[in-house]
Design a protein around this ligand. Structure first.
Ligand code: KG4
Ligand code: ZN
Length: 342
């Protein structure tokens, strides 16, 4: 029988200090997430300098907590995994230095994980990713549509050519007076409203790229103009109209991809996949095309280290270990990652 592999994973790329112990790339045996959201909400968004300082303050406490919740000992761990890209440079470095220290002290191999790959592999926790699959990554930093042909073979179909969808949820929420992070607040407000505002469709072209900055600017200008004229803004209706327009555009692109590729598996990943309207619309679309659809539990959609432990497992099996020269790559997006790992 094969030996169980346990990976201790560290995620500090943005405003969550998180560690997890994951067995065989699937079973989350311990998970701690220390979020800095309340602090950054005071500034309307993540302040990089504050984020890295808070990671430094909490990382040893998060390690202690993660080991406390784990039934074994740190010696039972087979490898240390860490997010090295993309993200905030100072924040990534805190996680990387912690990972290197643990790797050195306990003599365990080090595994470097791309954060977006982490979001995708969160789909292995409750289900198994079945290849080939289409994968849509929608987060604060990314909007990418990919074909995963196998664990090693990926192809990008399309990406955003400007803002990510999560960024636009956050900016629209801000102009509507909602705190950071905006996505969950837009979703809550949208439930109380109706799709009554006519908003521009983001990108009419029949390719797989996305564009959200036009929609964002339109909503921001609309709010400013209405305020100047002392007109009432129906916040719930505008939240609903924005969410509907943005999500419907994503669904339209996924539909094009399902039709063109004929692929029968679909997975969703990233913070915005916590959005219930998106989850439901994606489910309906996949049912229409007889496609098996999976999305992680909401806990594993937003940033967490369990997903990093999942993505590290195939790298462990392939013996793709990092050495102590490992450095943070703040802007290595999935496209660059795929090119460099061909
Ligand atoms: O994946 P994530 O935690 O961090 C990045 O890797 O970027 O994604 C954060 C993004 C934020 O923009 C946040 O507003 C958005 O995910 N988000 C949501 C929801 N929950 C989080 N957007 C829409 N609806 C939600 N329920
Ligand atoms: Zn993320």
């Amino acid at each position: 029988m094969n030996k169980d592999i346990r990976i201790l994973a560290i995620e500090t790329s943005c405003d969550e200090t998180s560690m997890a112990i994951v067995k065989n790339g699937k079973v989350v045996e311990s998970l701690t997430i220390a979020t800095q959201i309340k602090t950054h909400a005071n500034f309307g968004g993540v302040v990089p300098e504050i984020a890295s300082r808070m990671h430094t303050e909490s990382i040893t406490l998060v390690l202690e907590e993660t080991l406390k919740k784990f039934s074994g000992k740190i010696e039972d761990i087979d490898a240390i995994a860490v997010t090295y890209a993309p993200g905030l440079l100072g924040s990534l470095l805190v996680g990387i230095e912690c990972a290197k220290t643990l790797s050195l002290v306990y003599n365990k191999p080090l595994i470097a994980v791309n954060h977006t790959m982490g979001h995708i592999y969160a789909n292995n926790i409750e289900h198994d990713i079945v290849y080939p699959t289409l994968s849509l990554v929608v987060s604060g930093g990314h909007t990418d549509l990919l074909i995963l042909k196998s664990e090693q073979d990926m192809e990008i179909l399309g990406s955003t050519i400007d803002d990510s969808i999560g960024e636009v949820f956050d900016k629209v929420a801000r102009v509507l007076g909602m705190p950071y992070p905006g996505g969950p607040n837009i979703e809550r407000e949208a439930l109380k409203g109706k799709d009554t505002y006519q908003l521009p469709i983001p990108m009419k072209e029949e390719n797989f790229n996305f564009s959200f900055s036009g929609l964002k600017s339109y909503v921001i200008n609309l709010v400013h103009n209405e305020k100047q004229r002392n007109n009432e803004i129906r916040i719930s209706d505008l939240a609903n109209s924005f969410q509907t327009t943005a999500v419907d555009e994503v669904i339209r692109k996924v539909e094009l991809a399902l039709k063109k590729t004929g692929i029968k598996n679909m997975i969703l990943a990233g913070g915005v996949s916590a959005n219930k309207y998106l989850r439901e619309e994606m489910q309906k679309l996949c049912e229409k095309y007889g496609v098996t659809f999976h999305v992680p539990n909401i806990l594993y959609c937003t940033d967490n280290a369990a997903m990093i432990g999942c993505a590290a497992y195939p790298l462990y099996r392939a013996k793709k270990f990092a050495d102590f020269t490992l450095n943070a790559k703040s802007s290595e997006n999935i496209k660059k990652y795929i090119e460099e790992n061909k």
